[in-house]
Ligand binder design. Structure first.
Ligand code: AMP
Length: 644
């Protein structure tokens, strides 16, 4: 009937990624699709570079008009071949992928080595996702993972996961533990236990149902409400779905899918440029929102969306006033006299304040919602007349004087309002930038103007403007530094008044001058048992900076002083759960903990693979607010060493 030389019968169990994979392996000269969402599938194959046509009228119309077809499945259903379009094979109903399709796409991506293949597979999947859940599904692919509608975390910890998995597989905690020891991964553990112990599930969870599950988990209170929700969902999971459902909850899919690849996949899926996707991601901050913009061809409209925190703009360190002034001179075009915006550097925690109408939310620099920790600031912000998003620093302050960081730290980690702490440790929000105002993103506007708009806002007493002003001479830096220190602040920030706000970037528009000597943010790559009193704890840490050329880590030193016993106990527990390899007393660990290291000097040395060593390194602070992605680079360390 169709003049075909050969027809390939496909397994009834092929799902959407399998179908695409099938076509890929056959590498056909021409594909005809019929039945079901034949036109969508053909359109989809064309986006992947295969000549494909549906033998149906709708598509002939589409082709005749020369439109670029975006496969947009309209309904929902399972992704089994029974319900999917086929390559010269039978099918009916629709194509919207299920959670099983999500999980099997992840599994395929995990086994695929070539990045381009990972991207193709993911693009094929994402292109078929219903726009109603595209934002959520995309967020599952990122480290940030799913969150509740108000951005709250799901708070599904280890105990809830273990409880739900044991319940559904009908196994004891001891069986769970043994299985976990084998995999060191909760998702793999769930998959094995469900495969070996649980009755076969109908595997029918739709993407919408999983999105609703995460929403329900975010609002449910405590393990007694959360565990049954999770267990109910797991009873409807086969091993592969269970594996990825749990991996989404633990925050790491471990399928070698870096953020850049997800961005590439979005570009491929929605026929747009990867650069445009990345640029939009920088300013929107949330890949799910970017997916929706890409899908509807509106990437150019990307900007800050209130209550979607963005990665903050960062500053590069400089060792002294002279080095800073050299930077300032680089900003000034031609012969224009050098000038810079200079501000106190407050020693607190970075905070983004979003306020629209009565709703206020505070976010930490790692984009966590910290509103309930600083309720009084949020309440004060609600009285602001303007709707705005401010960038700033939360500091402990009393009678106009900044208190040491340690005081503020006592407020952290407290989720609920605490009357005593609030009056004990009064907190202020110090605003230094304006990211959204008057219904519009302000990223592209020069700092000078953003700052002027910020100064014109009527701010409540609990929110103040950062102390700052313009300087035109290097001599003003030292005076400003001393004045900032006299006000109890850590040092200075120097900013290019003409610069745009670049979310998530550590560029050359903001510099920081902290102390006589800069510190470096390093990630710990190995921990070692101490001596004497510290024999039983991991108290010596080897740390690394990032080699910006290769992206790899380069060790730069080892430190064991600067932390309290309580902190060491916490880090011991942290590192013991992340051991990658043991070498005698030294444990190589997953690099995820950032330390701010102070030192007296940096010099060349072959002791470490960075080619540098620190003189008298000491731990200034544990940086729970930073991840390995934000550590300092080898280039920065070499510059501080005076080598480049
Ligand atoms: P550091 O955390 O040492 O890398 O220094 C950069 C941090 O200084 C920023 O992320 C902010 O949290 C903080 N900071 C304090 N005052 C300012 C300011 N006036 N402008 C920008 N960042 C500031």
């Amino acid at each position: 009937q169709y003049q075909a030389d050969a027809a390939f019968p496909l397994s009834d169990h092929a799902d959407f990624p399998d179908l695409v994979e099938f076509v890929r392996r056959v590498a056909p000269r021409q594909v005809y699709t019929l039945h079901g969402f034949a036109a969508d599938f053909a359109g989809h194959l064309r986006t992947l570079g295969f000549p494909a046509r549906a033998l149906s009228q709708t598509e002939q119309l589409e082709l005749m008009l020369g439109a670029s077809p975006t496969p947009v499945p309209t309904g929902r259903g399972t992704a089994n071949l029974r319900n999917a379009p086929a390559v010269l094979a039978g099918g009916s109903e629709d194509l919207a992928p299920t959670f099983r399709a999500f999980a099997s796409t992840c599994a395929t991506i995990g086994t695929e080595r070539a990045k381009s293949e990972k991207v193709k597979q993911l693009a094929a999947f994402l292109a078929g996702v219903d726009p109603g859940v595209l934002e959520q599904v995309t967020s599952w692919l990122t480290d940030a993972g799913p969150s509740g509608a108000a951005g709250q975390s799901l708070a599904v910890g280890w105990a809830i996961l273990r409880g739900a998995i044991c319940e559904v597989a009908g196994v004891s905690e001891a069986v769970f533990r043994n299985c976990y020891l084998k995999h060191s991964d909760t998702g793999e553990t769930a998959a094995e236990l469900l495969r070996d112990h649980a009755p076969v599930a109908d595997q029918s969870l739709s993407l919408e149902e999983v999105a609703s599950l995460f929403e329900a988990l975010a609002t449910a209170r405590g393990p007694t409400q959360k565990q049954p929700l999770l267990a109910r969902a797991l009873t409807r999971c086969g091993p592969v779905e269970a594996r990825f459902l749990v991996k989404i909850l633990t925050g790491n899919l471990r399928i070698g899918l870096k953020q850049g690849l997800v961005e590439d996949a979005l570009a491929l899926a929605f026929h747009t440029d990867a650069g445009a996707v990345r640029a939009a991601h920088q300013v929107v901050g949330h890949l799910g929102d970017v997916a929706l913009l890409a899908r509807s061809g509106r990437l150019a409209e990307a900007g800050l969306i209130p209550f979607r925190p963005v990665n903050v703009m960062l500053a590069s360190p400089e060792p002294d006033a002279a080095a800073l002034w050299k930077r300032v001179a680089e900003w000034s075009p031609g012969d224009a006299p050098a000038s810079a915006w200079i501000e106190d550097k407050y020693d607190g925690i970075r905070c983004q304040l979003h306020k629209v109408g009565n709703r206020v939310a505070l976010y930490s620099r790692d984009l966590k919602d910290i509103t309930t920790t600083f309720t009084e600031v949020a309440e004060a912000a609600a009285s602001m007349t303007a709707d705005a998003v401010l960038d700033g620093e939360l500091v402990a302050m009393e009678g106009g004087r900044v208190l040491p960081f340690a005081d503020l730290q006592r407020r952290l980690g407290r989720r609920q309002r605490d009357l005593f702490l609030e009056s004990d440790i009064p907190v202020r929000f110090i605003a230094f930038d304006l990211l959204w105002y008057d219904g519009r993103s302000r990223f592209g506007i020069p700092l000078g103007q953003r700052r002027a708009e910020l100064a014109a806002l009527k701010l409540p007493a609990m929110i103040s403007l950062a102390t700052g002003g313009m300087i035109r001479d290097v001599a003003e830096i030292d005076a400003a530094f001393d004045a900032a220190r006299a006000r109890g602040n850590e040092g200075l920030m120097i900013k290019d008044p003409a610069s745009a706000y670049l979310p998530g970037r550590r560029g050359l528009a903001w510099f920081k001058l902290k102390r006589a000597l800069a510190t470096l943010d390093c990630v710990v790559v190995a921990a070692e048992y101490g001596h004497g009193r510290r024999k039983a704890v991991l108290s010596d840490y080897t740390f690394a900076v990032r080699d910006e050329r290769s992206g790899g880590l380069r060790t730069i030193g080892k430190a064991y002083s600067g932390l309290t016993d309580v902190e060491i106990a916490r880090l011991t527990e942290h590192f013991l759960a992340r051991v990658v390899r043991k070498r005698g007393r030294v444990l190589e660990v997953t690099p995820d903990l950032v330390l701010e290291i102070a030192f007296d000097a940096i010099q060349e040395s072959d002791r470490h693979d960075s080619g540098l060593a620190l003189r008298f390194p000491r731990i200034a602070r544990i940086r729970d607010d930073k991840t390995a992605a934000n550590i300092d680079t080898l280039a920065t360390a070499r510059r501080l060493a005076g080598l480049d």
